[in-house]
Each structure stands twice: as structure tokens, then as C-alpha cells.
Ligand binder design. Structure first.
Ligand SMILES: [Ca+2]
Length: 292
């Protein structure tokens, strides 16, 4: 004991614990991983799929095995990142020339009885879809109002990465070739999706509230849309192995639909895109990690 106390480094450790520094350093969120097997699948959708868009051209993709978080990153997990690092999101910094994020309001405009996407200066990762700050009881919901840049920063801090677009679709399908991993239909009881616009009447729900797909992944359809690592572009012609998307571009990809999207926009093959500093009430993300 006498030798221990004579070492200055040990005292620093002891003082760090006593002052509460060490517990903060140690508080990275624990991720519940699903192990996704290596394999080959058909990415994209057949021409006769209901709701198909022309950028879903089918091609064969082969992927190495990887791990994917079973759930979308939650508000609680993102808060741990902010608390530990002091990170400011694009919404808080005002990246792109505007502060805040976009939220959904019902019937804000005169004579309008629709849900409208409107800017809100103070909205950020602490807020829900309609611009109300979340109580702690909702910290188990997926974090939203985060940009691609914010998602990437979180993934880097965690020693993980965002899924490639191919990894995301492969994992969503979990062996299925139908429009949804549930088959040809996706109902309001199977996922956090809405009725068709403008009757969007759903909030996010706690991550993992609905049955997972065959590979143990929750909310691949609906709840929050999910940023992928790729720049958006036309799919390459021919078979691909571990594709990572175009080398550069203007828009980043996000997938899976949200609580404000109807079934067709939550299809396994459906592609969305926007600028990397976009943030709004619908987009969150999940993590992947390479298997050793
Ligand atoms: Ca989702």
C-alpha cells in the first residue's frame, strides 16, 4: 500500500474517480449487436413492386459479415456522447445558415388542415417530432434532428461506423426478397409508420417496440429514418462486393421510412437522400461495426 500511494500516477487515478471524472469517461453506451452473416443478395426492387422508384435497379451484391446495432441510436445514447464530449450538433451550430431543425405541426397555416414541415430555431436532438422538448421518459426513443455529420461524429466516438447503403438493405431484408421483411404488406401494427400523407398522425415510439426482423433488428421499417455512409448515386452496373457508394457527391443516403412515412416509403429498397447537414424530425441512425 505504501508503494502504491507513492506513485503520483495512482493518485491521479484515485482523484479522478473521487472527482467524478473517471465515471464520465467510462460512460459510453453499451450497444446490443446483431451478428449479420456474410452473403449475397439482390439489391433493389423488381419493376412491378408497388411504389417502386427508378433508382432501385436490381443488381447482385456480396457482403462480408458485420455487426449492426439491433436498435436505432436512442436519445439517451446520444446524450451520453454530448455529455462526454460537449459536442454541438448542426442544429445547435446553425450549419447551413439556419439554427434549429424542421418539425411537424398540424394545421399551422390558415385554412390548412395538414401536417406541415416547419422550421423551429431551438429544435435539436433533445426535441420530438413536433418541436417539444422530450421528458426523460422519452429518452428511449430514437434520436432525431441529427444530421449525417452528427451521426458520423457519434459513430466515430463509439469506434463504430454508419452502415453502407448495401449493408443497410441487406440487413433490412434479412433474407427476404419481398417489399418488406414482413412480406408484401407492412401494417400500422407491424411498424411505426403512418397512414398516407397528409394524415400523418404518429410520433416516434421507444426503439424496439415492435417485432424484429429475422436477423433480430428492430425498426428497420419506420420509427426514424436512418443515415447511411454512402453518397447518393445511381447503382453501378453488374455484381458488386462490399460496395461503398460513389467516391463523392452532394447528398447522403438515408433509409427505412419513419413514423411520418407511409408503407411504400418504408420499403426495403426505397432510397432517400439529402445534404449532409440536413436535420429534421424524421431522421436518426444506427451503427455497424466490422467483425474481427
Ligand atoms: Ca428505422
Amino acid at each position: 500500500m505504501k508503494i502504491f500511494l507513492n506513485k503520483p500516477a495512482y493518485w491521479i487515478i484515485v482523484l479522478a474517480f473521487l472527482s467524478g471524472i473517471a465515471p464520465v469517461i467510462a460512460q459510453k453506451p453499451v450497444i446490443d449487436w446483431a451478428f449479420i452473416p456474410a452473403g449475397t443478395f439482390t439489391m433493389g426492387s423488381p419493376r412491378n413492386e408497388v411504389g417502386r422508384t427508378k433508382d432501385e435497379i436490381q443488381h447482385q451484391v456480396t457482403l462480408s459479415a458485420f455487426k449492426m446495432s439491433k436498435q436505432e441510436v436512442t436519445v439517451k445514447q446520444f446524450k451520453a456522447f454530448v455529455d462526454a464530449t460537449g459536442y454541438k450538433t448542426d442544429a445547435e451550430k446553425g450549419t447551413g445558415g439556419r439554427k434549429g431543425s424542421s418539425v411537424w405541426k398540424y394545421g399551422e397555416e390558415m385554412f390548412t388542415k395538414k401536417w406541415l414541415l416547419v422550421g423551429q430555431d431551438d429544435a435539436n436532438w433533445r426535441y420530438d417530432i413536433s418541436g417539444i422538448i422530450r421528458p426523460e421518459s422519452e429518452y428511449n426513443h430514437p434520436v432525431i434532428h441529427v444530421s449525417w455529420n452528427d451521426a458520423k461524429a457519434f459513430a466515430d466516438w463509439m469506434g463504430c461506423r454508419l452502415p453502407t447503403e448495401a449493408e443497410w438493405e441487406y440487413a433490412c431484408r434479412a433474407g427476404s426478397s419481398t417489399p418488406y421483411h414482413t412480406g408484401n404488406k407492412l401494417t400500422l401494427a407491424q411498424a411505426v409508420i403512418s397512414k398516407k400523407y397528409p394524415t400523418n398522425e404518429r410520433e416516434t415510439e421507444p426503439a424496439g417496440s415492435y417485432p424484429p426482423n429475422n436477423w433480430g433488428l428492430y425498426d428497420m421499417h419506420g420509427n426514424a429514418m436512418e443515415w447511411c455512409s454512402d453518397w447518393y448515386g445511381d447503382y453501378p452496373v453488374g455484381a458488386q462486393t462490399n460496395p461503398k457508394g460513389p467516391a463523392n457527391g452532394q447528398f447522403r443516403v438515408f433509409r427505412g421510412g419513419s413514423c411520418l412515412d407511409w408503407d411504400e416509403h418504408s420499403r426495403s429498397a426505397y432510397r432517400c437522400r439529402n445534404v449532409p447537414d440536413l436535420r429534421n424530425a424524421e431522421i436518426g441512425f444506427r451503427l455497424v461495426q466490422d467483425t474481427k
